[in-house]
Design a protein. Structure first.
Ligand SMILES: Cc1cc2nc3c(=O)[nH]c(=O)nc-3n(C[C@H](O)[C@H](O)[C@H](O)COP(=O)(O)O)c2cc1C
Length: 254
């Protein structure tokens, strides 16, 4: 089993691991630390799980490009997972399904799960929680049963998932983390930034034209000086917290 994920704030990785607990040894590939620059050719006998955080209702654009160019299937089974911050996953799961099917995989199971919102951290705070982890474990057990019965090269009808198949251009998010006065110039953020938006020489600066707002820099900063800041961010956070207060529940599809 191969598990590929992108998880700047950790909830997507935690979710992938919870889902795959019933499986034996899993080979992990974290696209944050090691982006796909080479082809991965997955034999039909090897199942693959791809877990992505939802960004503006889509899978992250950079991940889409890496997966589309380099993840190659040979009619083997795939599990598609989207982790979102309690607003909605919109087109993300269908987008991931289309991408995997287009690259030669059969998506035999899909799941949308909830993780703490990585921009507005009061939204879905504490998630995935015990109930989410139990739902992930249950999904994993059901996936295992499906994969055990899977016959490579057999008939395959794509699962019906919500979301558009004819997608508009990606939307960006107008909030970017900045460093406060506790920056020690340790460069943990610059080294981790998947977008190359933090210069090594001046890591307290964020190049907003490159930043994808993923929050990896906030997660890793040893002094917690990197944060989303500013009046427009604070105002948006209040509105967003009110709009997304109602708890969403995991959804699974086979
Ligand atoms: C740029 C950006 C856009 C996001 N867009 C959405 C969204 O459209 N819907 C949603 O519910 N959550 C959204 N989120 C929240 C993430 O999907 C959620 O926090 C996810 O659990 C993050 O995964 P990670 O912890 O593995 O980084 C967004 C987060 C970021 C950083």
């Amino acid at each position: 089993m191969l598990s590929l994920f992108f998880s700047p704030r950790g909830t997507t990785k935690k979710s992938a691991r919870a889902i795959l607990r019933p499986f034996g040894p899993v080979q992990e590939r974290d696209l944050l630390g090691r982006p796909l620059r080479e082809d991965i050719d997955v034999p039909a006998e090897e199942p693959v799980l791809v877990a992505m955080p939802v960004y503006a209702g889509r899978i992250p654009q950079g991940c889409r490009e890496q997966l589309a160019a380099h993840l190659k299937g040979r009619g083997g089974p795939a599990i598609a997972v989207a982790v979102y911050g309690n607003r909605d996953y919109d087109d993300a799961l269908a987008e991931l399904q289309d991408l995997l099917e287009g690259n030669g995989f059969h998506v035999v199971a899909a799941g949308a799960f909830i993780g703490r919102h990585s921009i507005f951290s009061n939204v879905a705070a504490g998630r995935p929680d015990e109930a989410d982890l139990a739902a992930m474990a249950d999904f994993g057990a059901r996936c295992k049963a499906v994969l055990d019965a899977y016959v490579p090269g057999g008939a395959h009808t794509p699962i019906a998932l919500k979301g558009r198949h004819d997608l508009p251009p990606h939307k960006s998010v107008p909030f970017h983390p900045t460093a406060g006065d506790r920056c020690m110039k340790c460069n943990a953020c610059a080294n981790a930034c998947p977008a190359g938006a933090i210069p090594i020489e001046t890591p307290w600066v964020t190049d907003e034209s490159k930043c994808i707002s993923c929050g990896a820099c906030i997660y890793l900063c040893p002094t917690q000086t990197r944060q989303y800041r500013g009046e427009s961010y604070e105002a948006a956070a209040k509105g967003f917290e009110a709009k997304c207060a109602q708890r969403r529940e995991p959804e699974v599809f086979f």
